[in-house]
Ligand binder design. Structure first.
Ligand code: SAM
Ligand code: SF4
Ligand code: F3S
Length: 455
């Protein structure tokens, strides 16, 4: 008589950027394919305690992201001691950066896998189980683009698709080139084939992903062929039947060529929203950051974008308190925010990353001054975002209905072009469709709508 082996469960805990969110979709896809099942959330806590395999997909961009891993591993140590056969794996940018240190600091970790080793995870888990020894696999550089990994997509309607990995820039504050390596651009045929597969599985919206997504260049017909640029890629994606909305992130101002700007006039499926990190509004600070543009160049770019697409909304990233940032530099950033009217943005106090050039710069601004600057900047941006939300009341917005509302499961939720969640009453059959909603009120983190028509 055979007894059926118990199915092992897993959970993936993700930190960091959209690249990591998408890598976690692949990690889940790989574990599904290996026969594991996602743990029932009711049987697990937020850190995966309750699952047989817990994978941390980590971020190293700031010190607090970095520290969080060891706190979380500490939480799981006693859980693992009482759960025979439990395994813990650590991947992502911290794994790439800290390598052997992770197992030295937390010897109960079973697997450490680098950002270029996602595909090896099931094999490493199995080897760690059989050999009862931690497995560490970190590749220094990407050999081939990880194109055909299975993916458990968070939404069948809105798909992330990688167009490049890594970054060739040298922003002095940034650890990403160390953790993700040099930029590798995926072949256009592979990108378009994956998007077509996503459409077959129900996708209507695609977000093209890369650390420096608009720097993408690749030969059209394989090696030696004519080089295509990001504007060409956008056109090809636009031509795919079934794709109705195109987003991309993260774009770099320096790579925003006039051809990409012009795409906003020609390609209606491109959303009227762009995340275009500026980081600071002072030329002195931008130069010290080695961003490769001036404030005037950034403003000129925004002017051209608004000429091509008058209703485009812009969000950004800001670093406050970069080493040597004076009060005057900070005021220049506030002035830029005032002039350009950014929508919802991400802003953080500068965090020194050992090994990056900025970590060696003198930094005499007290932390409390930096925190006060950040609070002021965030208040201003939130006020702008609230004004934009209030201005949407009374307008009709086209939203992609993603599923039940998080606020009230009897309602539905979808996103506008400018990434605002709209909650509204509607038939669940609308999930996965674009609908027009009339915006009736603006709340701090969402909008309320009433349905107008259905596609
Ligand atoms: N590639 C994108 C670009 O060039 O704008 C950004 C990618 S980075 C992973 C995301 C954001 O993290 C950056 O835009 C920056 O604002 C922030 N960031 C990166 N390093 C940081 C640091 N050392 N301290 C604070 N924020 C940082
Ligand atoms: Fe980091 Fe700069 Fe590359 Fe963005 S462009 S990932 S900030 S080095
Ligand atoms: Fe973090 Fe790595 Fe992304 S450092 S922001 S997860 S590329």
């Amino acid at each position: 008589m055979t007894t059926q082996a118990q199915v092992r469960t897993y959970e993936v805990i993700t930190y960091g950027c959209q690249m990591n969110v998408h890598d976690s979709e692949r990690i889940s896809g790989l574990l599904d394919t290996a026969g594991l099942v996602r743990v029932d959330p009711a049987a697990s806590d937020a850190l995966g305690a309750g699952a047989d395999v817990v994978v941390f997909n980590t971020c190293a961009v700031r010190e607090n992201a970095d520290n969080r891993l060891y706190g979380n591993l500490g939480h799981l140590a006693p859980v693992k001691a009482g759960h025979p056969g439990m395994q813990i794996a650590v991947g992502g940018c911290m794994a790439q950066k800290d390598r052997d240190t992770i197992v030295a600091k937390a010897p109960w970790v079973d697997v450490v896998f680098g950002t270029h080793n996602v595909g090896a995870l099931p094999r490493l888990l199995e080897r760690a189980r059989v050999e009862r020894e931690a497995q560490i696999e970190i590749k220094e550089a990407l050999e081939t683009f990880p194109s055909n990994l299975p993916s458990r997509r968070e939404s069948p309607y809105s798909a992330w698709v990688s167009v490049s990995v890594g970054c060739n820039n040298t922003c002095t504050f940034c650890i990403v080139p160390t953790t993700r390596g040099k930029e590798h651009d995926r072949r256009p045929g592979d990108i378009l084939a994956e998007i077509r597969r996503c459409v077959d599985e129900g996708a209507k919206e695609v977000t093209l992903l890369g650390q420096n997504v608009n720097a993408w260049r690749a030969p059209v017909d394989g090696d030696g062929g004519e080089m295509a640029d990001f504007a060409f890629l956008l056109e090809c994606v636009h031509d795919i039947p079934g794709i109705e909305r195109i987003r991309y992130t993260t774009s770099h101002p320096r790579e925003m060529t006039q051809r990409v700007v012009d795409a906003y006039a020609r390609l209606p499926k491109l959303v009227s929203h762009l995340h275009l990190p500026v980081q600071a509004g002072s030329d002195r600070v931008l130069a010290a950051m080695k961003r490769g543009y001036t404030v005037l160049e950034y403003k000129s770019l925004v002017r051209r974008l608004r000429a091509a697409r008058p209703d485009i909304s812009l969000s950004s990233d800001f670093i406050v308190g970069f080493p040597g940032e004076t009060e005057a530099d900070f005021e220049a950033t506030m002035k830029l925010i005032e002039e350009l009217g950014f929508d919802t943005s991400f802003s953080f106090v500068y965090s020194s990353r050992p090994g990056t050039p900025a970590a060696d710069l003198p930094d005499d601004t007290p932390q409390d001054v930096k925190l006060a600057r950040l609070a002021r900047l965030q208040k201003r941006i939130e006020a702008h975002a609230a004004t934009i939300s209030a201005g949407m009341v009374g307008s009709v917005q086209r939203i992609l209905v993603e599923g039940p509302s998080k606020k009230d499961p009897n309602e539905l939720a979808g996103r506008t072009d400018n990434n605002r969640v709209v909650n509204f009453a509607g038939n669940p059959r609308l999930i996965g469709h674009f609908v027009d909603v009339n915006i009736v009120s603006a709340l701090p983190h969402s909008l309320r709508g009433e349905i107008v028509t259905r596609d």
